[in-house]
Design a protein around this ligand. Sequence first.
Ligand SMILES: NC(=O)c1ccc[n+]([C@@H]2O[C@H](COP(=O)([O-])OP(=O)(O)OC[C@H]3O[C@@H](n4cnc5c(N)ncnc54)[C@H](OP(=O)(O)O)[C@@H]3O)[C@@H](O)[C@H]2O)c1
Length: 301
Amino acid sequence: MTVSRAPLCHQGLEVSQLMAGFWRLKHWGMNAQELLGFIEAIMEMGVTTMDHAMVYRSEAPFGAALALKPSLRQQMEIVTKCGIRPAGFGPLGASHTSHYDSGHEAIVESVEASLRDLGTDYIDVLLLHRPDYLMDVHEVAEAFAALKAQGKVRYFGVSNFSPAQFEALQNIWGDGLVTNQIELSPYHLQALDSGVLEQCAGYGVRPMLWSCLAAGSLLTPVDAKGQRLLTALQKVREETGAGSVEQVVYAWVLALPCRPVPLLGSSKLARIADAVKALSLSLTREQWYSIWEASNGAPVS
Ligand SMILES: NC(=O)c1ccc[n+]([C@@H]2O[C@H](COP(=O)([O-])OP(=O)(O)OC[C@H]3O[C@@H](n4cnc5c(N)ncnc54)[C@H](OP(=O)(O)O)[C@@H]3O)[C@@H](O)[C@H]2O)c1
């Protein structure tokens, strides 16, 4: 089974139904050749959309792997993020205090650094990584327009934005935002009630979901809520005959009507191959709510 592709948004961009996230790449201990092997293997499974951020420091090693086989660039979509200026490093020079910066210069400099490190001349999707409370939406739109006119970025979106923050930028950015990348897992349910999923659906764009496995803690619970959830997930796994608890988790998020795109954070090819099977797994409403109930700690009332 391979992952198929589908539009992310009404603006025309297609992505794979599951994406690969490279936040943890710096801990994977892969050299460029090994990373190239990993990238080729996930692309053979159909996972063609790659998630980065300037602050992950994943772009330079990814770019080094890509340089070994440049033809892969045209066959993948690269998503990256800007807007966080960590203390100590960054394209605008070291700052003393970590902060958010969605100013024109910060956005453009971050993109230039991403392009250089990735060894590419365009980014498919640029996201503002976190809401900046000092954001001037007009300035952001000007930076987006300049990057688009230069052919450096094809599409723009946001990450971790509330519906009101999304709306504020959406109203000004004429091309329309193409996604909101947010946290959602059976452990972290806030997005179900924030209105962010309904907003994406209303604008005809699909949210990207990060940490669907709650950073792996759904498999190795650290508290009573996690233990309750693992028990509920295992019960649904037995009922459905799914190959793993992870497949049940991905099927649970994929059941949402906003048609989200989950990010896979694993460095293990076997785990990615296993996750792909979730695309053909469906849960009953009863099963879906049994997982919601385990997280909530109280029955539906
Ligand atoms: N926009 C944002 O603010 C934001 C924030 C966080 C993340 N992200 C994006 O989302 C991506 C995914 O996030 P994530 O890495 O937190 O996703 P995740 O899938 O929830 O967690 C991945 C972690 O779980 C571990 N894991 C997977 N299966 C496991 C198992 N059966 N038992 C124990 N551990 C297991 C993985 O280890 P192995 O490698 O050993 O499998 C990896 O360390 C990131 O790479 C990044 O691209 C975005």
